[in-house]
Design a protein around this ligand. Structure first.
Ligand code: ZN
Length: 278
């Protein structure tokens, strides 16, 4: 009896796992991408900059919108690659769920220097990822170093032998086969997106292009208070959404509610629509 009930439980568990995996992964011929979710919560529309009250009434009538804090794991050519590291509260645990230890991470691509993106790099002043090369856009690096931002300078010091700064020339720069850095300045001065894959089935890891999908999809012109340059952020958001919809890139966003990934479609009425990955 016991073994039968164990078997049933196992079957249930494997079905549950395969279902949850479907919602959390997007698979391509040459790489797999997984969301590493740290938290999901409601954000408050107070953080939006000068939103039209009619727009809020229409798209966020409760004054809140769903958001998340995500990092992403990409498995490619036997490498485990991270895109941002979240606040660091659940990153190691989330990786363990994929049977990956921090030592197995070979590369980390950083979108920008805010604490909810670099927080998972250090623990008690020590590097969590001793074998990882840390890729940062030089513009972003210089900005936070000039600001003497403490969490950032700590990361810079701790990872100094493993930091790979890069310059984006003519807005794009190939970092390794099939990963391209793309400038998306505005949220921070060197905010950077990464395009993974080639030709069809490309995924754009767009960092903090959006924070309030409910409002910023139909109205990309609305920025938020964390944007260092709200005007530039709005222009960037509009042009990136246009590009993504045209090119049919899949997107992965650090504050996009779970599953954190999906596609963007031009709306027949206003702006764009987000269709979550299934
Ligand atoms: Zn963020």
């Amino acid at each position: 009896m016991k073994s039968i009930s164990t078997l049933v439980l196992l079957m249930f568990f494997s079905i549950a796992c395969s279902q949850s995996k479907q919602t959390k992964t997007m698979q391509n011929s040459d790489y797999k991408i997984f969301v590493l979710n740290e938290l999901s919560r409601e954000g408050n529309t107070d953080i939006l900059v000068n939103p039209d009250p009619e727009v809020l009434k229409k798209y966020a009538p409760t004054g809140t919108f769903p958001m998340a804090i995500n990092a992403f794991l990409v498995q490619k050519d036997n490498e485990n690659i991270l895109f941002d590291t979240g606040l660091g509260q659940k990153l190691v645990e989330n990786l363990a769920a994929h049977n990956i230890s921090p030592e197995q991470i070979s590369k980390i691509f950083i979108t920008h220097g805010h604490g909810d993106h670099i927080g998972g790099l250090l623990k008690d002043g020590k590097p969590i990822f001793p074998n990882a090369k840390l890729y940062i856009n030089r513009v972003e690096y210089d900005y936070w170093m000039k600001e003497k931002n403490e969490p950032f300078t700590q990361v810079a010091e701790t990872y100094k032998n493993n930091i790979q700064l890069f310059d984006i020339e003519k807005d794009t720069f190939d970092l390794m086969p099939d990963i391209q850095a793309i400038a998306a300045y505005g949220h921070t001065p060197g905010h950077t997106m990464y395009l993974i894959g080639k030709e069809k089935n490309q995924t754009l890891v767009w960092g903090d292009l959006t924070h309030a999908m409910l409002v910023q999809m139909p109205h990309p012109e609305i920025s938020m208070t964390y944007d260092v340059n709200p005007e530039q952020a709005a222009k960037t958001r509009e042009s990136v959404l246009k590009l993504v919809a045209e090119k049919e890139f899949k997107i992965a966003g650090m504050h996009v509610p779970l599953p954190g990934m999906g596609i963007i479609i031009k709306s027949k009425t206003e702006g764009y629509e987000f269709s979550p990955a299934r």
